[in-house]
Write a protein that binds this ligand. Sequence first.
Ligand code: 13P
Length: 255
Amino acid sequence: MRTPIIAGNWKMNKTISEAEALVKEMLDGLTAIQSVEKVLCPPFIDLDRVASLIQGTNISLGAQNMHWEEKGAFTGEISPLMLKDICQYVILGHSERRTYFGETDEIVNRKVKAALSHGLTPIICVGETEAQYDAGETESVVRRQVEGVLAGLSAEQVAGLVIAYEPIWAIGTGKAATAEQAQKVIGGVVRATIAQLYSQATADQVRIQYGGSTNSKNIKEIMSQPDVDGALVGGASLRPAEFVAMVRITAELYQ
Ligand code: 13P
């Protein structure tokens, strides 16, 4: 009942011409797959070019970050007003934003509200550090993040969100969470917290991705878990054949 969603987070990679080459290599493979929603999230500078290349296809576009204000004296920032005509999605609260740029749950919450008020669908990232994992704090950390980023949202708003559970120890390390670990947090913490805060019916509508060292080898097992609705893919989304394979393998599971 939830359409699977695989998003490629290119992070700070690809010049405009490199972005164009990458999209051209993936375009036919991705557009041939109907049953999985595909989202490309290039750097801001590449958005316009990528938007032209995927126009009229079944591929969606997302930004990697956004300010919460519509306009004004915020040097270097990009607003929801600027994104809403070109993007459908925006990644918010990625752990790299939290770690290197000081984003808190409160800031992410403001951005989520701004995105929703402009018709953008947030892909909200949560996840624990390695130290928190080792200390057995995964559940409390992720629950607190989910509560923080959703504060003040209506059930209707929450139902349309995408949330990505990305354990920080799994990002870019080649050490993905096991499918069981992903299911345990995504079902047992993220979806369960939403059910407690809102209702089971609301929780059942939210799409929740796993992110962290996903590739064409581990995607099948991860996507086979009942509460995992997709993946937020970093490094592998820069390798066209690999990314297309991940989407194809996911589509096969949903036939
Ligand atoms: P990797 O897939 O490179 O581990 O990155 C995951 C990620 O952070 C996606 O947002």
